[in-house]
Design a protein around this ligand. Structure first.
Ligand code: THU
Length: 135
């Protein structure tokens, strides 16, 4: 299935009564499976989750390991870039050259890489493994 179709379909199931901004995301894992997610809001606003986070959770729950490609769609005048938190979440599970395609429901799209989205990403390589700070 095309990622755009998968993201388009799941967007319609988004739960966004507060923002009224429905977002769909679809990942093709490096293992070759499609995983989907939509935003799920909460009356306690910060508890809501983004579409990208949902798709990543579905990928991990299904037993796949990494993002090979990701597509995000929303009804917006221009392709909406993932929020800062989602950039970090995507970077955890994707190589720097993985393509992220951002789409609008009226057919606009923009493709970029994970490195474009989050240059200088904080990664596990930055953490010095010492006992400093341990209790
Ligand atoms: N949202 C996403 O699902 N993904 C993004 O990358 C941007 C924002 C959702 C979160 C919230 O439910 C709504 O869009 C408005 O911010």
């Amino acid at each position: 299935m095309s990622l755009l179709k998968a993201a388009t379909d799941v967007r319609l199931r988004a739960y966004a009564p507060y923002s009224r901004f429905k977002v769909g995301a679809a990942i093709r894992s490096v293992e070759g499976h499609v995983h989907i997610g939509c935003n799920v809001e909460n009356v306690a606003y910060p508890e809501g989750t983004c579409a990208e986070a949902g798709a990543i959770a579905a990928m991990i729950a299904a037993g796949d390991s990494k993002i090979g490609e990701i597509c995000v769609i929303a009804d917006s005048p221009d392709p909406v870039p993932p929020c800062g938190g989602c950039r970090q979440k995507i970077a955890e599970f994707a190589a720097q050259d993985v393509v992220v395609t951002l789409c609008t429901t009226d057919g606009k799209f923009k493709s970029m890489t994970v490195a474009d989205l989050l240059p200088g990403v904080f990664s596990a390589a930055h953490m010095v493994k010492s006992d400093e700070g341990r209790v």
